[in-house]
Design a protein around this ligand. Structure first.
Ligand code: TRP
Length: 338
């Protein structure tokens, strides 16, 4: 029996941070290592260009950064196909076919797109390619017949739109495409706050700890972390809810017994922020050091990095070409090779 296919991806707009790590990268490595799935991991450069068309160097420069982040957390190119979206032109033709099955008003209703349009302050100047990127994302997913798409919860509207498109396509042209299921991170990892305590760690909010940050940077970010603003003197009782340091410890600390003691102590009063921050710093440093070291090793061999991407893209292209052929046959735009 064929293995179930998993597809995920990231836009190469910057280095990846702890939010990516806990929300998705860790999970991908686990899924990869079960050997139960065929994994495709896509660097979505073309999607990134939909709001960076005037700044293509940014995307180009971040391609290898994202790949390095993947490799350094343990994504293994011999088990997972890592490929570049723009190198699979078949995805664009699929997108064109799917665009006929979606209305402009449906596109405008996508909540993630709505949010991003506001955030980017596009107003009346929304790039058309940006508005339709959920359809191109449907092409990404369906081209590989992916049934499982592990993503952050902000991507749920994209999966929903993909599912609608698949149902619509299959009902018109026959059962060709697979309706994917999104899988989302649970609990704290779903919405890792930034170091400022704001709801979400993100590059654009400037509140991220990057996987590639050096030890001093990590330390100073931890020391500046948002805690309980009312916990002023050490002996004051502190609040561990909405206290970023404790949220991070909940995610990263493996010594649960010690963590419970810290929490009790902090809540009772008598435990200072600095002490807890120092402990969090130790915990993070020990987990990020091996990742950073692996990154440094991989950085030395750019040819090898491009080789990984080239090979992954070749494999991906073969699969997408096959699906596109099925789609063309189903629609009947196959006049010369019936
Ligand atoms: N939209 C995703 C993000 O911003 C990236 C992406 C593009 C993607 N195509 C995809 C994710 C297909 C999963 C499946 O992170």
């Amino acid at each position: 029996m064929n293995k179930e296919v998993i597809l995920t991806g990231d836009r190469p707009t910057g280095k990846l941070h702890l939010g990516h790590y806990t929300g998705s990268l860790k999970n991908r490595v686990e899924l990869q290592n079960t050997d139960k799935y065929e994994m495709f991991i896509m660097i979505a450069d073309q999607q990134a260009l939909t709001d960076n068309a005037r700044n293509p160097e940014k995307i180009r420069n971040n391609l290898l950064e994202v790949l390095l982040d993947y490799l350094s957390v343990g994504i293994d190119p011999s088990k997972s196909n890592i490929f570049i979206q723009s190198q699979i032109p078949e995805l664009n033709e699929l997108t064109m076919h799917y665009l006929n099955l979606v209305t402009v008003s449906r596109l405008e209703r996508n909540p993630t797109i709505k949010y991003e349009i506001k955030q980017r302050n596009f107003q009346a100047s929304i790039p058309a390619g940006f508005l339709i990127y959920p359809v191109s994302q449907a092409a990404d997913i369906t081209a590989f017949k992916a049934s499982i798409v592990p993503v952050g919860e902000d991507q749920e509207p994209m999966i929903e739109q993909t599912r609608e498109l698949v149902r619509s396509f299959n009902s018109i042209y026959g059962e060709i495409l697979i309706e994917p299921k999104g899988i989302y991170p649970k609990g704290n990892a779903a919405r890792m706050p930034g170091i400022d305590g704001k709801s979400k760690m993100s590059k654009s909010l400037g509140n991220a700890i990057y996987l590639s940050d050096d030890p001093d940077t990590i330390n100073s970010k931890v020391m500046n972390m948002y805690t309980d603003p009312n916990h002023i003197r050490i002996e004051d009782p502190g609040n561990i809810k909405n206290n970023t340091v404790f949220t991070y410890l909940d995610i990263f600390c493996k010594d649960r017994i010690y963590l419970e003691e810290l929490k009790e102590n902090y809540t009772r009063g008598g435990l200072g922020d600095i002490k807890v921050k120092k402990y969090l710093n130790e915990v993070l440093q020990s987990q990020l050091e091996p990742i950073r070291n692996r990154r440094k090793e991989y950085e030395k061999d750019r040819d090898y990095l491009y080789e990984i991407l080239k090979e992954g893209s070749n494999v991906a292209r073969n699969v997408a070409t096959y699906t596109l052929k099925e789609v063309r046959d189903a629609i009947g735009v196959n006049y010369f090779n019936m």
